[in-house]
Ligand binder design. Structure first.
Ligand SMILES: [Fe+2]
Ligand SMILES: [Fe+2]
Length: 133
């Protein structure tokens, strides 16, 4: 299971609370799959996770634009690659592949920890230097 610890706290309130919410939604998806609550619940948890991920990326991208972040393009590209991968997996799930939520959970978990500790950390330090906490 995904772990939430000090290394994932970035000291930018909006980013931290959204990351926390993302981890909660990943946990919800995991529980929906583990407790055989039915395909509808898995589907709902998955759609909610993907929608919130899109919202979170848009929030970070807006912050980057507002403060003229120099690494904007690189950071945004990482977001877009993840959304493309998840979008393809989501389509396969809608087409009937019931094992897809497991792949999405694992993908997103690994990706998020890596991304938060590198790209998001850099962005947070930049925002802190602009007085944003
Ligand atoms: Fe990011
Ligand atoms: Fe993030």
């Amino acid at each position: 299971m995904i772990s939430w610890n000090e290394t994932t706290i970035l000291n930018v309130a909006e980013m931290d609370s959204q990351h926390q919410r993302l981890f909660t939604l990943v946990t919800n998806l995991h529980q929906a799959m583990a407790s055989s609550q039915g395909a509808d619940n898995v589907s709902r948890a998955l759609e909610e996770l993907v929608a919130f991920t899109q919202l979170h990326f848009a929030t970070e991208e807006a912050l980057m634009t507002r403060y003229a972040y120099p690494e904007y393009e690189t950071h945004k590209q990482e977001h877009e690659h993840l959304l493309q991968d998840v979008g393809q997996l989501l389509q396969r799930f809608r087409d009937g592949d019931v094992l897809i939520p497991f792949a999405i959970e694992l993908d997103l978990e690994a990706w998020a920890l890596r991304h938060i500790e590198s790209r998001d950390k850099q962005l947070a330090l930049f925002l802190n230097s602009k007085g944003v906490f």
